[in-house]
Design a protein around this ligand. Structure first.
Ligand code: COA
Length: 260
């Protein structure tokens, strides 16, 4: 399927999804939210795809936020629906069961930072900028930003960024735990792809079990999370990939995981 606001390409088992509204710094309008939902649903359903990279076109921004021109014209009911569509899509990304890496080559503001935070890993270039500037518009984050930033960086950082709307650089975002890796701008694409390829070559049932244990299990009480982990451990131990991984170690060769 072709999209109006996205470009997708497959590089082996890695699907790269590029938000393609560079003249608007890839701002998230309703169409883009809906198309992202479809694109991630397709990536989840395609067994040949084992890792996803999400990025923005144009080199200046990952995403500079929800589309302010569109936001400004919404009625309260439409605004609630807009928030709901964005939240649902981002929930889907977070619970995809396949690793999603945000490749952040510039501004990740407002809805852009919220979108990056629902991805499993965030690799940013040294010149990327981050923030939740909704307060400067008389608003608050509406795509999960208050909740995910709280969980990633703690209450102090979440309140500072949400209440002030200040932009921070990649070094501070890394120190706060908001992003997982910082690289030179000219290394961003290659490093992100290399990590995605590593994930794509890994055992997909084990990858999924790890994602679910951390993301789903991590929201439960410790006892429930531990039980979730132990049940997943038993299930994954029954896969052919587990046999292959342990046999390859003993035979001193590289494993070849087939997703069975
Ligand atoms: N929604 C809609 N359009 C946006 C946008 C957004 N969130 N962010 C940028 N754009 C548009 C601008 O309106 C401009 O369009 P135009 O050329 O048709 O006028 C184009 O993208 C380029 O942006 P511009 O502001 O000219 O670039 P800049 O380099 O001067 O500034 C930013 C870059 C990111 C600092 C600035 O665009 C900005 O503050 N954007 C809004 C960030 C924000 O508040 N996001 C949260 C939204 S909830």
């Amino acid at each position: 399927m072709s999209f109006r606001t996205l470009l997708t390409e497959d590089l082996g088992a890695v699907r790269r999804i590029t938000i393609n509204r560079p003249d608007k710094l890839n701002a998230l309008n309703r169409d883009t939210l809906v198309e992202l939902d479809v694109a991630f649903t397709q990536a989840a359903a395609d067994d040949a795809i084992r890792a996803i990279v999400l990025r923005g076109a144009g080199g200046k921004a990952f995403v500079a936020g929800a589309d302010i021109a569109e936001l400004a014209a919404l009625t309260p009911v439409q605004a609630r629906d807009f928030s709901h569509i964005g939240q649902q899509m981002m929930w889907r990304v977070e619970h995809l069961g396949k690793p999603v890496i945000a490749e952040i080559g510039g501004y990740a503001l407002g809805g852009g930072l919220e979108l990056a935070m629902c991805c499993h890993l965030r690799i940013a270039s040294e010149n990327a900028r981050f923030g939740l500037p909704e307060i400067t518009l008389g608003l608050l984050p509406g795509f999960g930003g208050t909740q995910r930033l709280l969980r990633l960086a703690g209450r102090g950082a979440a309140l500072e960024l949400c209440l002030t709307g200040t932009q921070i650089d990649a070094a501070r975002a890394f120190a706060l735990g908001v992003i997982t890796r910082v690289v030179a701008p000219d290394a961003l694409e290659a490093e992100t792809l290399a990590l995605a390829e590593q994930f794509a070559a890994s055992a997909p049932h084990a990858m999924r079990a790890i994602l679910d244990a951390v993301i789903v299990g991590g929201e439960a009480a410790l006892d429930a999370g531990l039980e979730f982990e132990t049940l997943s451990f038993g299930m994954v131990s029954s896969t052919e990939d587990m046999r292959e991984g342990t046999r390859a170690f003993i035979e001193r060769r590289k494993p070849s995981f087939q997703g069975r």
